[in-house]
Design a protein around this ligand. Structure first.
Ligand code: FMN
Length: 345
């Protein structure tokens, strides 16, 4: 296993050097979930925690960063949503508090936001949903990319992780560090993406049932019970009324959402609602629903965002144990490659 350990260290060295940690596994930012406790635990375990700023105002973000710094001396990042109305102020807060890595999520960031974050001295990571976007982000100054496939929990694109990895890694891996996210639940998968040129990975779903995660026990139980096929994208009933695709566990809330869309669209067709008003009603259906599930434990009507790797979440475990398990699986996979099974006669 010593060779396998060295080989793994070599495979993700660019990632660990970029992040300043031992294990190139990012804990993907999850709104309401990735706060001080989980973020510090991930970084203390040798991985890299990322605070989810979500809709926090700048002073709340400053408070969360300070509280995380009290819990860990190791590096961690902050994930900012690009459409946040106070994005510039949030970037400045990260700069003032010495955050080393800023992740810009939720739509392609403009070069001004990337530059502002880089000017604070931070390294900037951006999500690339396609090869053209990856090239544009690098031209705009992104220091690293995260490519996230449709298997992921939360807001998703349409393309599978394995396809994005094949399209983007061969072209971009030499230019900037690329981290792969979406559907990763075991170390063997981590090794395969590293061998394709990734420098590390980002996992979200796998860390929801960490002991240190503050999510409500109902939320964690829903993860422990669920299988991969339960984590499904939001259903859109009419192409004229687009819905934002989010992968979450199917529940009463998602079934009601389908009925709700039909009702709203019927009111529009009957002339009772303007198209814009109908679209807004549909968009507002899920407002506050993630918080309701994560914090209040309403897993029936709340949004239980989860990726397809949820089937590999089987119990509550400390972050350090989850990371150690992933690393052991990765090392075992590499050791097996070094000693191939003899061919059958
Ligand atoms: C409950 C939940 C909430 C999430 N919230 C965010 C978020 O606020 N911002 C973001 O960039 N990604 C968010 N994500 C995506 C994660 O950061 C991560 O990229 C994703 O979970 C990786 O795929 P996986 O779920 O298959 O591990 C969320 C994911 C989950 C499961």
């Amino acid at each position: 296993m010593v060779d396998a350990r060295q080989r793994l260290g070599h495979l993700w060295r660019r990632g660990t050097e970029f992040l300043g940690c031992e294990v190139a596994i990012l804990g993907g930012a999850m709104s309401w979930i990735s706060e001080r406790s989980l973020v510090a635990a991930l970084s203390n375990a040798g991985g890299f925690g990322v605070i989810a700023c979500g809709s926090m105002p700048p002073d709340r973000l400053a408070e969360e960063i300070a509280a995380t710094q009290d819990l860990t001396a190791r590096p961690f990042g902050v994930n900012l949503i690009t459409m946040h109305p106070e994005l510039d102020r949030l970037i400045d807060v990260c700069g003032q508090m010495g955050v080393g890595h800023v992740v810009l999520a939720g739509g392609l960031p403009g070069s001004a936001a990337i530059k502002r974050a880089k000017d604070t001295g931070a390294r900037v990571m951006c999500f690339a949903p396609a090869l053209v976007a990856a090239k544009k982000l690098i031209r705009s100054g992104a220091d690293a990319l995260v490519i996230e496939g449709t298997e992921a929990g939360g807001h998703i694109g349409p393309v599978a992780t394995g396809v994005l990895a094949q399209e983007i890694l061969p072209e971009m891996a030499a230019q900037v560090p690329v981290f792969v996210a979406g559907g990763i639940g075991r170390g063997e998968a981590i090794v395969s993406y590293l061998e394709m040129g990734a420098v590390g990975v980002q996992l979200g779903t796998r860390f929801v049932c960490a002991t240190e995660c503050v999510a409500h026990p109902n939320f964690k139980q829903a993860f422990i019970r669920a299988a991969a096929r339960d984590a499904v994208p939001t259903v859109q009933v009419d192409p004229a009324f687009p819905v934002i695709p989010v992968r979450a566990l199917a529940n009463e809330g998602s079934r009601r959402f389908v009925r709700f869309q039909h009702e709203v669209i019927a009111r529009y067709r009957a002339g009772e609602l303007e198209m814009k008003a109908a679209q807004l009603e549909i968009e507002h259906y899920w407002a506050g629903a993630l918080r309701r599930a994560v914090i209040d434990g309403d897993v029936e009507t709340g949004s239980v965002m989860a990726g397809q790797s949820v089937g590999m979440v089987t119990r509550e475990q400390p972050c350090a144990e989850i990371i150690a398990e992933l690393v052991l699986q990765a090392e075992a996979a590499l050791a097996a490659r070094a000693t191939p099974a003899p061919l059958e006669a």
